[in-house]
Design a protein around this ligand. Structure first.
Ligand code: FE
Length: 175
């Protein structure tokens, strides 16, 4: 914190160039899109909207949308997850709390859980930062598959190609 009075002109923008190796910012004007093509299908009634696919740090920021009483398959996290519920509500089969509109959730590394949207909720949207790897497992931890930022990017390329936006469309979200 600078000492009061040090900055004689607090409204003058920073005058120097940014580091030449710094990446570009991402600005997504309409994070919850009107265009249905921007939702990438993931499972029945489950889709995600990519916002930042951070291959250089191994995480992704996305909106997860579940319609009807959908389920996100049981999975284990190797690194933390942060979530903010924008619409609807959901719970994990492994916990007794419910995340509702406006809730913030931190999920520590080692969590294994199954996300369920209850009957009566037409649509759930949650903003998630997912770090590292999600490993899909059976109820006893046997590995069934995984996702990471690279599988997410691949899913986006495939979907955006199929809906006519082109495989390069995803590049705007990659850093
Ligand atoms: Fe999870």
């Amino acid at each position: 914190m600078p000492l009061e009075g040090d900055d004689t002109d607090p409204r003058t923008p920073y005058q120097l160039p940014f580091p030449k190796d710094a990446l570009d910012e991402i600005v997504v004007p309409s994070a919850i899109p009107e265009d249905e093509r921007l939702w990438v299908p993931q499972a029945e009634n489950v889709a995600f909207r990519p916002l930042c696919l951070n291959r250089s740090n191994g995480y992704w920021m996305n909106l997860l949308r579940v319609r009807k009483s959908g389920v996100l398959s049981r999975h284990r996290h190797s690194q933390p997850v942060h979530g903010l519920v924008l619409k609807g509500r959901w719970h994990y089969l492994e916990h007794d709390w419910e995340a509702v509109e406006g809730s913030y959730v931190f999920e520590p590394p080692g969590e294994t859980h199954t996300l369920v949207v209850p009957d009566g909720v037409d649509e759930m949207i949650t903003f998630f930062q997912v770090n590292g790897t999600m490993t899909y497992v059976d109820p006893y931890g046997k590995v069934m598959g995984f996702e990471d930022v690279f599988t997410k990017i691949d899913m986006c390329r495939k979907h955006f190609t199929e809906v006519g936006l082109g495989e390069d469309f995803v590049d705007q979200f990659i850093r």
